[in-house]
Design a protein around this ligand. Structure first.
Ligand code: HAM
Length: 431
């Protein structure tokens, strides 16, 4: 039987990987311009880290983690990047080194969710975290950066949702208010939400079950129970978003599925329906308590977001295909293989991308292959060329060919590529 990839985990083959590289390049360029530096943390952490920081009563920790025991250690393959980055921030004592740190990461995350369109068990996030700045300007700037990022990827139809869950005290009060509100109608809730009522009533608000949606209609709004400080933080964030010209909706139902958040929450959702229920391209918020919770003596506020790269790719245009090699080398007989290998190496040393086809096929088959790969130049070494110490260089775009001595073949190839490149650029310019 053929061994297949694990359900919900996908291969990214080279033609598709070009799209990933393009996306990652744009992400890096924009976030580095905003002062973020890359952090690479382990893909495996202590299970305890996620249980403590994400929260025992969340779906992620309760149902979705890939956890295992190895020797004496309880370990988990990371379901998200925030907790690991915060652990690294505390462990490496960054708070003592700089007042504000801006980090970003790109990489795979693992959650044993039910696979669906836009929902995988191994998926990729690109995320940013800022430590050390509690002001709402930081939140506004990050939300603006998120909108800028998805626009740079070519996404047009999206809405930014913003909410505040208040600081820790407000959040606890709001949980109590919700428990009070939902308890008398608990029989009308879904089974999951009946359980959530005891463990995490906030989560009832973002349930997709129609019974829970109906029951949530008259639920108290978090924005009504915010403390004065929380309300002022939210008001300032909104003012800055307006000044930045970022359209958003204030969404009091936005609660997000991770327990570490305080104050600002946001999500960016696509509105085209292409991804069904998986419409969040990215999500984030403040988590001002986590750094202390992880043992830092100094309290350090924090804020971040992560975007799902599979989801972004699913809603953006494919873009250009993987480019072919500049040069395709075709030795047509065994004796020509050695000189072709040497020529290939010399071309690559001069910066020319070059592939050698060593299968020894007919001229026709080799040229067909060169065109299929979209090579610009085919360099042929047959019987006749070998006898004369020459090569044939064929420009596959202009359909011209020439002979050159093997000794000068690199220079001739370079000149032909430069002139055909210039021609291509010229015709593109006049188009
Ligand atoms: P999250 O909302 O769980 O937040 O995930 C962020 C994004 O990752 C989602 O909006 C979605 O695009 C993508 N995503 C999540 N799960 C899957 C999945 N199973 N398949 C495909 N894509 C998925 C976090 O993970 C937080 N760490 C974000 C954050 C950073 N908060 C503060 N800093």
């Amino acid at each position: 039987m053929v061994v297949r990839a694990v359900r919900g985990m996908k291969d990214i083959l080279p033609d598709e990987a070009v799209r990933w590289q393009r996306l990652e390049r744009t992400f890096r360029t924009l976030v580095e311009r905003a002062g973020y530096g890359e952090v690479r943390t382990p893909h495996i952490e202590s299970t305890e880290l996620f249980v403590r920081e994400i929260g025992e009563d969340t779906d992620v920790v309760g149902k979705e983690m890939y956890s295992f025991q190895r020797h004496d250690d309880a370990l988990t393959v990371r379901p998200e990047g925030t907790a690991g980055a915060a652990r690294a921030y505390v462990q490496n004592n960054l708070a003592a080194l700089e007042p504000v740190s801006r980090w970003y990461y790109i990489g795979p995350m693992f959650r044993a969710e039910r696979p669906a369109k836009g929902r995988y068990r191994q998926f990729h996030q690109a995320g940013c975290e800022v430590y050390g700045d509690e002001g709402p300007a930081c939140d506004a700037e990050m939300i603006d950066l998120c909108a800028e990022l998805v626009q740079a990827f070519g996404v047009r139809d999206f809405v930014v949702h913003v909410n505040s869950i208040g600081s820790a005290g407000t959040r606890a009060r709001y949980r109590d208010e919700l428990a009070k509100y939902f308890t008398p109608m608990s029989a009308a809730l879904s089974e999951d939400s009946q359980r959530r009522l005891a463990t995490n009533p906030l989560r009832i608000l973002d349930s997709k079950d129609p019974r829970d949606r109906e029951a949530s209609q008259g639920a108290p709004r978090v924005t009504d129970v915010l403390s004065d400080d929380d309300a002022a933080h939210l008001a300032a964030l909104r003012r800055y978003l307006d000044e930045l010209g970022v359209p958003y909706v204030l969404d009091p139902r936005l609660v997000r599925g991770l327990d570490y958040y305080t104050r600002t929450l946001f999500e960016l959702k696509i509105t085209t329906g292409e991804l069904g229920a998986q419409d969040a391209l990215l999500g984030g918020g403040r988590y001002d308590e986590m750094i202390s919770h992880l043992g830092s003596k100094r309290p350090v506020p924090a804020l971040g977001f992560a975007m799902g790269l599979e989801r972004v790719l699913a809603v953006t245009p494919a873009g250009e295909a993987r480019p072919g090699p500049e040069c395709y080398l075709a030795p047509m007989l065994e004796r020509a293989t050695g000189p072709a290998l040497v020529l290939g190496k010399a071309l690559r040393q001069r910066g020319i991308s070059c592939e050698l086809d060593g299968r020894g096929q007919s001229l026709k088959a080799m040229l067909r292959r060169a065109s299929a790969m979209k090579a610009r130049l085919a360099v042929l070494l047959g019987e006749e060329e070998l006898e004369r110490g020459e090569v044939t260089l064929k420009d596959l775009e202009r359909h011209e060919q020439t002979r050159a001595p093997l000794a000068t073949a690199v220079e001739v190839a370079l000149a032909m590529l430069a002139s055909s490149g210039a021609a291509a650029a010229g015709s593109a310019g006049s188009a």
